[in-house]
Design a protein around this ligand. Sequence first.
Ligand SMILES: [Zn+2]
Ligand SMILES: [Zn+2]
Length: 259
Amino acid sequence: MFSAVADSLASLLFPSYCELCHHLIRRATGSTLCDSCWNQIQPWMGTVCARCGEPLISPQVPADWECGRCRRADTLFDFCRSFGIYDGTLRESIHLFKYGHRTRLGKRFSDLLMVLWNRWPQLADADLVLPMPLHRRRKRERGFNQSEILAQGFARQVGKPYEPRLFIRTLPTPSQTGLSRRQRRLNVAGAFEVRHPARLEGKVCLLIDDVLTTGATLNEASTVLKRGGAQKVLVLTLARVSPLAALGSERHSLEQDIL
Ligand SMILES: [Zn+2]
Ligand SMILES: [Zn+2]
């Protein structure tokens, strides 16, 4: 009761506005987004490739079904899942987090990764939680590494060791935007290094990143981690770029057609 009164008093005295839709935030939660915007961030609940987690259009596939890329052995990590498709409010809020420096969104985003942790028991095999490293020059420019914020909060919640310095980025690779899949692969070649191979030997690594685009960076990171002694590389990301985003509301009717 007291906290409800204190809450409304605080929101009267210090009104805060949602940074996406600009509506008044009613509760003094110190939040960057209003409840309505948060509620628009929904997990991908459709089918996925058993290995890389690529969202699939088919409403039903066998549980062990793998996408073409994984079947061609083009996926070098062992298991990956993403919370949602990189689109709409999820995309806008990640932008706010990364480029708008709203680092306190990190806590809520770690909670989204917990949804995946609770859904996929394979993740419990992880021995170490690692953030996708950012080159120190990039980190200095941005002021933080968004993946470190996510990975640290997540590691604390699941009670696994957090290792931000085992695996580093040695090249400040140019932005991947606008590059083809092949160019992306070349762009990240030689960009990573394992610092303490003894601590990685035989370990199952859980690598955390904000957005998965083509998987070129993850593939390169996984190759280096495995060369450095890791037994397996599991991956969690908040969002993933998917052609299904473009389909939007058409998706449902397409599924009907397939059925
Ligand atoms: Zn809002
Ligand atoms: Zn796949």
